[in-house]
Design a protein around this ligand. Structure first.
Ligand code: MN
Length: 331
């Protein structure tokens, strides 16, 4: 048995008839992959399942099978929770992140939280949280094993999408021997790993490359506190097509790889008056603390937050101030 919670969760699923699953706000491939895998498991147990997402999903993830079964842009306030017996919340450190609802406004339904975020708030009635894992898809693999669920090629492809996405193709710290063993198992089910990698990493829009040109130009190095950062105004963001994935993509692709820096920060004013922030650690300095203070959360190596209601320059200064609080000053 990998997790003692597994059988409790299985029991709850068996008791239920209709089950909700979420994808989190602006979901990544781990959110989408894990939700689709969990849905297959629930269907296998002859239950009804509905997958809902509070925002739109990046169209880059359309290549994933069953993608169209996820309802996008659902107002979680308007869901009639009485129609369902159980809500399985995946890959979400907090209820707000899961649902885009108010943090304390948890609906009257039994929540099962399955997650791997360092900042997870354990807001479910059962919480299966393993912070050591690179992806919640990796956790689901072990959960399925506990339940005796035989993974087919389709479920294997969903889990591999999540693992490849959250590990940056087995590259980010937190990728372990176990991650690779599980990936090998999934590939042996017949999943084409190259197709997943091509769709997730070798399919950058030309406009985004041009955006990166501007980002590189504006990137700064705080030599005193040893981090790199960039702040992009709403005007520039829009000029280059202003897509939701730019912030994460930019942070992951560039901001944890600058020699000698401890971490990197990407700030993008995605809407006027809203500065969204993505953080990447290079050395293991825990950037999730910075994210939490900026109203967000995440992992030690990758996290995010944001600031609402300030002028662009003021918001940028505030982010830099918080970052310096947790940064290591160079002597
Ligand atoms: Mn994840």
């Amino acid at each position: 048995m990998n997790y003692e919670e597994s059988l409790k969760i299985l029991e709850e699923i068996k008791k239920a008839k209709k089950i909700l699953i979420n994808c989190h706000k602006n979901p990544d491939s781990d959110s989408v992959g894990s939700a689709l895998a969990a849905a297959q498991f629930i269907k296998f147990l002859d239950k009804e399942v509905r997958i809902i997402c509070p925002t739109k999903i990046n169209s880059q993830l359309k290549f994933i099978e069953n993608f169209e079964t996820i309802e996008q842009g659902v107002d979680f306030n308007s869901v009639n929770y009485k129609d369902y017996d159980l809500f399985i919340v995946l890959d979400s450190s907090s209820w707000d992140f899961a649902s885009k609802m108010e943090e304390n406004n948890i609906p009257p339904i039994k929540l099962i939280v399955i997650d791997h975020h360092a900042t997870n708030k354990r807001y479910g009635s059962i919480n299966l949280v393993d912070k050591k894992l690179i992806a919640v898809s990796e956790l689901l693999y072990s959960f399925f094993e506990d339940c005796g669920f035989e993974i087919d090629k389709k479920v294997a492809s969903f889990l591999l999408v999540g693992i490849i996405g959250d590990s940056g193709v087995y590259r980010f710290p937190g990728t372990t021997a176990k991650t690779l063993e599980i990936a090998a198992e999934l590939i042996s089910k017949g999943v084409d790993q190259n197709e997943i990698i091509r769709n997730l990493y070798f399919s950058v829009d030309f406009e985004e490359f041009k955006f990166w040109g501007r980002v590189m130009d504006k990137m700064q190095y705080d030599r005193e506190y040893n981090f790199v950062w960039v702040a992009i105004s709403n005007e520039i963001y829009k000029e280059f097509g202003g897509r939701k994935n730019y912030k994460e993509d930019t942070a992951t692709t560039f901001f944890q790889s600058i020699n000698f820096s401890d971490f990197g920060i990407v700030m993008i004013e995605e809407e006027k008056g809203t500065l969204n922030v993505s953080l990447r650690s290079r050395t293991g300095l825990d950037v999730s603390q910075i994210a939490v203070e900026l109203g967000g959360g995440g992992h030690r190596y990758a996290s995010g937050g944001g600031i609402k209601g300030l002028q662009f320059n003021e918001a940028v200064e505030k982010v830099l101030g918080v970052a310096r609080k947790y940064a290591k000053k160079t002597n």
